[in-house]
Design a protein around this ligand. Structure first.
Ligand code: F6P
Length: 424
């Protein structure tokens, strides 16, 4: 029998280091030619499998694959496409198995967050139901850091570093101008329903008076009166107030302070735009001049200031996924296990996809200061090691040099075309 191929795809919001996982996976698979013939990547995630749009990664040179390690975003394209339950969407699952069969794909690797791990889990279930043996391994990824079991998620350390660095730098700027100009600066960060990224801003505050002076978490209900009192107190004491606000902050009624009015394929509201809401509030109620910034895609694509630990972990998880798969571990996801804080030591563990799928890990209350506007020492100890070290990409003419793959398509074998039913 011909040696089996592997399918690898990137899913959900991309990160500065998801390609480092791809690099770890492809380089490791290439070392196990006895077990894995070729790695086929899905163009735009699972959609590539459904539409038989596969990319032959064996056509990429060794140096191009190596360069993925320092290239941000998703080199093969990512997607937000929800595979519904097997009962609701049987045709999609049958199509996946049909494509896998046609291309002798016996390993399925899916690199994503909670929703994506759910997809991997469902594929492992249907493979059993349809009697097609395929080994499914999820690879964790999400800037939101909200996957359970794993100590942290690849992508988060880099976004955390970007946010901590940015609020520190912007605060230096505001502090210089505050006497006669801007008094309030608001930085909006991602994270959806979890406050991990916002919390990371708190790493910049190392002594009394350092920015950020206020962090607004999705886990804490926004209390306007308490917030304004604190802004005023900071401006009086420090001359200015630097704020980090999570995109997912809600009021007492449970409504997001800012929601773009759009929902994605998973039913998640598209968030964004809370920074101007907060800044304008400070102006209208307290009269302070403000500036605000929405870090948006800048934060999750900022490979130039990526965390070295994050890059190493992303690579290690891609590598571990292959090792797990060739040893026959099915329906699992490699995880990061923290062994100690000082010195920071970590290793690789394993979780069952069934325990990871669709679970969101929020910030524990013990990580948020009593007044609800900052982080605790325990939180700092958790976050600190994740942003340590720099791993600069190569620069040429002042610009980072990122790889753009050839992404050569694999010749289609099926006659039938597939119409996508899920919203993308
Ligand atoms: O899931 C990661 C994330 O970056 C969230 O923090 C953010 O709310 C969302 O993706 C944005 O998604 P999209 O790029 O699809 O609008």
């Amino acid at each position: 029998m011909a040696k089996p191929n592997a399918f690898y795809a990137q899913s959900g919001g991309v990160t500065a280091v998801i390609n480092a996982s791809a690099c770890g996976l492809i380089e490791t698979a290439r070392k196990h030619k006895d077990k894995i013939n070729k790695v086929y990547a899905g163009r735009n995630g699972i959609i590539g499998a459904l539409t038989e749009d596969l990319i032959d990664t064996s056509k990429e040179s060794k140096s191009a694959i190596a360069a993925l390690r320092h290239t941000p975003a998703g080199a093969f394209g990512s997607c937000r496409h929800k595979l519904k339950s097997i009962e609701e969407s049987r045709a999609e699952y049958e199509r996946l198995i049909e494509v896998f069969k046609a291309h002798n794909i016996r390993y399925f690797f899916y690199n994503g967050g909670g929703d994506s791990q759910d997809t991997s889990h469902k594929i492992s279930q249907i493979a059993v139901a349809l009697n097609y043996p395929i080994t499914c391994v999820g690879i964790p990824k999400t800037v939101d850091n909200d996957l359970p079991i794993t100590d942290n998620c690849p992508g988060f350390g880099s976004v955390a570093k970007y946010v901590a660095v940015s609020i520190r730098e912007a605060a230096f700027d505001v502090a210089s101008m505050a006497k006669t100009s801007t008094k309030v600066f608001v930085l909006e960060v991602m994270g959806r329903h979890a406050g991990w990224i916002a919390a990371a801003g708190g790493l910049a505050c190392e002594k009394e008076g350092d920015a950020p002076h206020i962090i607004l978490f999705p886990e804490i209900v926004f209390d306007e009166t308490k917030f304004l009192k604190r802004v005023e107190a900071c401006v009086k004491k420090y001359g200015y107030c630097a704020i980090v606000v999570a995109e997912g902050v809600r009021n007492a009624a449970g409504t997001f302070l800012a929601e773009a009015g759009v929902k994605d394929a998973f039913g998640h509201a598209q968030l964004g735009g809370v920074a101007p809401v907060i800044a304008k509030l400070c102006k209208s109620k307290l009269g302070y001049k403000y500036h605000w910034a929405v870090a948006d895609y800048l934060q999750r694509s900022a490979r130039h200031i990526a965390s070295k630990i994050d890059v190493e972990q992303a690579y290690a998880l891609g590598k571990a996924a292959v090792k797990l798969a060739i040893k026959g571990n099915n329906a699992v996801m490699p995880t990061i296990v923290r062994k100690s804080n000082t010195p920071y030591r970590w290793g690789i563990g394993v979780a069952n996809l069934a325990d990871v799928a669709n679970v969101e890990k929020m910030m524990p209350r013990s990580y948020i200061s009593r007044n609800g506007f900052g982080i605790t020492e325990t939180c700092r100890q958790y976050l600190q090691p994740l942003i340590v070290g720099e791993d600069y990409p190569p620069y040429k003419k002042g610009l980072p040099q990122y790889v753009e793959l050839k992404n050569t398509p694999v010749k289609k074998k099926l006659k039938t075309k597939f119409e996508l039913t899920g919203r993308t």
